[in-house]
Design a protein around this ligand. Sequence first.
Ligand SMILES: Nc1nc2c(ncn2[C@@H]2O[C@H](COP(=O)(O)OP(=O)(O)OP(=O)(O)O)[C@@H](O)[C@H]2O)c(=O)[nH]1
Ligand SMILES: [Mg+2]
Length: 594
Amino acid sequence: MFVVATAGHVDHGKSTLVRALTGMEPDRWAEERRRGMTIDLGFAWTTLPSGGTVAFVDVPGHERFVPNMLAGVGPVPAALIVVAADEGWMPQSAEHLAALDALGVAYGLLAVTRADLADPGPATARARAEIAETSLGAVPAVAVSGVTGAGLPQLRAALDRLAAQLPAPVVDDPVRLWVDRSFTVRGSGTVVTGTLGAGRLRVGDELELAGADEPVRVRGLHSLGEARPEAAAVARVAVNLRGTPRDRLGRGDALLTPGRFHHTDLVDVRLAGDPAADLPATLTLHVGSAAVPVRVRPLGPDTVRLRLARPLPLLVGDRALLRDPGRHHVSGGVRVLDVAPPPLGRRGAAAARAQVLAELDGRPDLAGELRRRRLIRAAALLRMGVPVHAGPVQDGPAYAEPVAGDWLADPAHWRRLGEQLTEEVARHAREHPLEPGMPVDALRQRLALPDRVLVEALVRPPLRIHAGRVGAASANALPEPVALAVQRVRAEYGDRPFRAPEADRLVDLGLGPREIGAAVRAGALLRLADNVVLLPDALDDAVRVLAGLPQPFTLSAARQALDTTRRVAVPLLELLDRRGATRRLPDDARIVVT
Ligand SMILES: Nc1nc2c(ncn2[C@@H]2O[C@H](COP(=O)(O)OP(=O)(O)OP(=O)(O)O)[C@@H](O)[C@H]2O)c(=O)[nH]1
Ligand SMILES: [Mg+2]
């Protein structure tokens, strides 16, 4: 199937032509038929001589309904421009053409209608000249009459040729179905329709709906009036949604492949059309079937920042259109450069941003995104429309290896972070010589990293992570003052290993609780109780001495054999009990366990 939208001034015969081609009535509303004027979008389809199907989105020509027209052409890549032979080029001929040009529509046909009423020559020449100046370029023209049927076979043949020119749709792409209609079907519930430009929909699919917490589920699918289990782009589709109230969605909403679109209310864009300086402060942004008021902030000569009145699922590279509804003026097309732009807080930020934007062209670029964002999750980039695993990407790596989890990093930034981490750890060691390294979370904050897995990934030998801290792999090495104090303990108590320094002696040696903790963690001292420390080899020595006693032995016998005091002997024996080296009997005597 291919989908084509009509375009052209009011009463130039668009709907008459669609009716003549398809035998279907594009004007759905009684009011439209009564007034002989299209108000909202109409839909009809027919089979072409080749056997292919063309579906029409028939748009209104009246100037009041240009927003409806834009909702119809937004998602459609081809246009049938209709000009009446007897009236020729008119204001909405021009406005519709400007809209197609702004959206970058590159495929089209000119039908000069009402050729039974006037010579189609002049209207054809003028229209072709106007169209040639736009993204559509030189288009074939067919003179027709919707009343006599003259020219219709030629028009069908021309539609077939147009269909053959269109690029093949990407059916593997994520779905972004811009809703152009929503209604309720008795017994089925909510149904929305739209033009599926890429991707594939299946009954049972879960889709994302902006602003809804829960995914919505496809209960049924129709295309060309028939129920189908699946529909692949390009197609006109009607989607029946399970359990989604009708008032939850309407024109301008989009049904999305979950996790693939970034909802944004702030975008930086490049203008094709009026210069940034000439734009009013507020305009309407039209993209897909959506129309959203925006505030415009000029940045560079052809770049602006748009603040949207409500978020839209936009991707880098999207084309949209800015229009001034008051003046009936299409300001021009825009190309989305950034869907998650940085805030412009400090002085000079806007000018700096303009420079960055001057380098961007709306083509998703992995290396450039990493350079600018420095650190970002792959999933977040994907949601902006930047392929993270697909290649080839121009001038950059086609694939980026995550540095941790699904975090991607600019290589130069990652190297700098690694250096910064080493410096922070060294500084911490200088300022807190007794601590066994810097806590991972403190490092995460110092380096302003969003996730602690990034800190962990940055730690390289000789640094290591131990017990939630980052320190030198030789973190067991004691700070110098503590090492000296331990040496003095060893010198003084080496020959009477079961004598523990008294509390005031510990103070003299400079061994406070923190220093003792450091020495114990380093394995340089053994703590039996508060302020009761021995050299670490004392345990094995004690077992040897106690094994030489008649078994079982009492506390007092042990104390004497070890040549120590109760202050040491009681906790020492308890420690040996806990380690299974001695066992305490019911009468409080002990034996050495061999
Ligand atoms: N003689 C003649 N009349 C035509 C032809 N095409 C359309 N008309 C008449 O022109 C009038 C407008 O036709 P529509 O098809 O409603 O025009 P439209 O472009 O769809 O108008 P809007 O949707 O309101 O923009 C109707 O009265 C048609 O009967 C044609 O080829 N020949
Ligand atoms: Mg019409």
